[in-house]
Design a protein around this ligand. Structure first.
Ligand SMILES: Nc1ncnc2c1ncn2[C@@H]1O[C@H](COP(=O)(O)OP(=O)(O)OP(=O)(O)O)[C@@H](O)[C@H]1O
Ligand SMILES: [Mg+2]
Length: 404
C-alpha cells in the first residue's frame, strides 16, 4: 500500500534538518530524518546560496535514504528579522439562499482578511483563522453548516520580506526540491511541542536557536502573536569565547556542559588559551558571570516584545522553551524569573517514529513542520478537524486556500 508522505525542511542558522513522515494507520509517523551543518545562514536568513544548497542536499539525501523514498516537495521553515505579524478581522455576507455558512464563505472571509496594507516588498506567509463570528456570535471554531447571514473571521497574519523569502526558495529549488509551502518557524515548533490545553489556557513558545529566538504566543487555542528576536545561542558562545579567551569550539563545549547551571564556584574546568598552547583553570562562577547577563538580555528582549504586543488582560499559563538554546543548563529558573511564569523545556511529541536521538528541542521546528502541515489545524473549513479527507488532499486544500 502506498502511503502519502509529507516532508519538512528546517534551514536553521546552525543546522539544516529534513524530515519525512507518512500518514500510517496510527497517524503521522516519521520515517526519515537527516541533519547537516548549515554554513550559509546567518540569523535565519541566507547569506551564501551555494553553501545553503549543499546543506539542503545533504540533509535531504540522508532523510531520503533512511525513508527509502524520493522527496520532491517540502514544507519550508522560515524566520528572520524581516518577519512581522498582525491580527486582522474581515466580514462577508454568506452567499447561499438558505443563509447557511458554506466552506466557500469561509474561504472568502479568510481571503478578505488578507487585505492589509502591505508594502510592495513584503508578502503574506500565513492567514491563520483564530475564530469566526456568525451573526454576532463570537468564538466559533468551525462555522460550516451554521445558520447565519454574516460571517466574520479574526486571523493572525504573518508577513515576510519577499527578497529573504525568494532567497530561501532559490536554495530549495536549486537543491532539486519544490516548496509545498512556507511555515514561520515558531508555529512549526509549537505544533511539535505544545498541547491543545496549553494553547487554550495561554502559552508563550520561545524557540532559542543559534541565530534567532522565535516567539509564538497562543491563547484560546490559537496563535495571537508571533515574532522573532535576532539573538540566539551563537552570540552566547561568542561571549564565552571572548570572556574566557578561548576558542569558539571550546567555548561551545563549556557553555553546553555548565552553562548557568552550576552553583557559584562549585566547580572548576580547564580550557586551552586562544593560541591553543597552554591550558588554564577557570571556575563555573566565571562562566556564569558571562552567560547569565546574555541569557537575561535575550529573554528580556522576547518578553518586551510580548508585553508590547499582547493585551495585558490576557492570561498566560506558562512558557515553553525549545530550540537548541533551551538545553542550556540552568536556563529554566532564569526564564521563570524573567517571565514570572512556570517554564518547561519543550521537546517534540505527538508523532510516531520519534527516537531518542531526535526527541530533542533543536529538532522541534523540523518535526513540527510536518505536524503543522498534516494537522490542518489552521484549515478554516470542514474536514480537517473531523479527520475527513486524505492528508494529501488536506494539504493541497490548505495550499490553495492560504497561499494563493
Ligand atoms: N546543551 C546545550 N546547551 C546550551 N546551548 C546549546 C546546547 N545544545 C545546543 N545549544 C545551542 O543551540 C544553538 C543551536 O540551536 P538550534 O539547532 O535550535 O538552532 P538553529 O535552528 O540552527 O538556528 P535558528 O533557529 O536560529 O536559525 C547553538 O547556539 C548551540 O550552541
Ligand atoms: Mg531553528
Amino acid at each position: 500500500m502506498k502511503h502519502e508522505t509529507v516532508c519538512g525542511l528546517d534551514i536553521g542558522t546552525t543546522k539544516t534538518c529534513a524530515v519525512v513522515a507518512v500518514e500510517g494507520p496510527n497517524g503521522l509517523e516519521i520515517v526519515g530524518f537527516g541533519e547537516a551543518p548549515s554554513l550559509g545562514m546567518r540569523k535565519g536568513v541566507v547569506v551564501d546560496l551555494e553553501a545553503t544548497i549543499k546543506s539542503i542536499e545533504a540533509a535531504t539525501e540522508k532523510a531520503e535514504r533512511m525513508a527509502g523514498v524520493h522527496v520532491s516537495e517540502v514544507f519550508v521553515g522560515i524566520t528572520g528579522e524581516h518577519i512581522r505579524s498582525t491580527n486582522n478581522r474581515a466580514v462577508v455576507a454568506t452567499i447561499s439562499e438558505d443563509r447557511e455558512v458554506g466552506s466557500a464563505d469561509v474561504r472568502r472571509v479568510v481571503e478578505a482578511s488578507k487585505i492589509i496594507n502591505l508594502p510592495a516588498d513584503r508578502q503574506i506567509i500565513h492567514a491563520l483563522p483564530r475564530f469566526f463570528t456568525v451573526d454576532g456570535q463570537e468564538g466559533v471554531e468551525d462555522p460550516v453548516g451554521m445558520a447565519g447571514g454574516r460571517l466574520e473571521v479574526d486571523t493572525h497574519i504573518v508577513t515576510g520580506g519577499t527578497t529573504f523569502i525568494t532567497n530561501v526558495l532559490k536554495c530549495v529549488h536549486r537543491a532539486g526540491l519544490e516548496s509545498a509551502g512556507l511555515v514561520f518557524e515558531p508555529l512549526a515548533s509549537s505544533a511539535a511541542t505544545l498541547v491543545p490545553e496549553e494553547k487554550q489556557v495561554g502559552v508563550v513558545l520561545l524557540d532559542i536557536g543559534g541565530g534567532t529566538s522565535d516567539i509564538a504566543v497562543y491563547s484560546l487555542g490559537s496563535a495571537i502573536y508571533t515574532a522573532t528576536v535576532p539573538v540566539g545561542g551563537n552570540i552566547l558562545t561568542n561571549d564565552v569565547s571572548l570572556g574566557l579567551k578561548t576558542s569558539l569550539a571550546e567555548a561551545e563545549e563549556v557553555k553546553k556542559q555548565f552553562g548557568a547551571g552550576i552553583e557559584d564556584g562549585a566547580q572548576t574546568f580547564t580550557v586551552r588559551t586562544l593560541d591553543g598552547r597552554t591550558s588554564k583553570e577557570l571556575t563555573t562562577q566565571q562562566l556564569k558571570a558571562i552567560v547569565v547577563p546574555r541569557v537575561l538580555e535575550t529573554l528580556r528582549m522576547a518578553k518586551q516584545k510580548i508585553v508590547e504586543n499582547v493585551p495585558r488582560d490576557l492570561v498566560l499559563g506558562e512558557v515553553v522553551l525549545t530550540g537548541g538554546g533551551a538545553l542550556l543548563p540552568g536556563i529554566a529558573p532564569i526564564a521563570e524569573d524573567v517571565f514570572g511564569l512556570p517554564v518547561r523545556i519543550g521537546t517534540p511529541s505527538g508523532i510516531g517514529g520519534l527516537t531518542d536521538a531526535i526527541t530533542m528541542p533543536q529538532f522541534s521546528t523540523a518535526i513540527g513542520l510536518v505536524m503543522f502541515a498534516a494537522n490542518g489545524e489552521y484549515e478554516p473549513s470542514e474536514g480537517a478537524r473531523r479527520g475527513a479527507g486524505s492528508l494529501f488532499a488536506k494539504i493541497r486544500k490548505w495550499l490553495v486556500e492560504l497561499w494563493n
